[in-house]
Write a new protein. Sequence first.
Length: 160
Amino acid sequence: MQIRTANPADLPVIAQIEAECFPPAEAATWDSFRQRLEQYPDHFWLLEEDGKVVAFVNGMVSTEADLLDEMYDNAAMHDPQGSWQMIFGVDTLPAYRRRGCAQQLLRHVIAQAHAQGRKGLVLTCKEALVHYYAKFGFVSEGPSASTHGGAAWYQMRLTF
């Protein structure tokens, strides 16, 4: 499997994978992904197997210490000089889950953020996934202020 950054031509497959991974209320829209790919394609990583995109991780860089709901749909908030790599989504096609795809991508993104001199990474997840992200060094900060998609989220932080 290979990791590469995304480009606008990847938009259809990205939107399709997102639709398979998140309920409609939580899934990013086509337009949101288009804006993200325009603003920060170098912070949108794809995992491919034999040329097929099977998973991706994306998120902007920010000076904000917390992941804010408005970041999901306002790609202009990306600050290339920001201290924190935000993670908006860790998406893996159902047929490729439990094969280490997300792990491979997350380790790559963590290494990139470290090499870029960031303070760390921030993501939100549902309670059932707190233990999963803890394996990578993320620490739960408890319930997030996020109301994204009407779900209950926990903020996780990995600090270098």
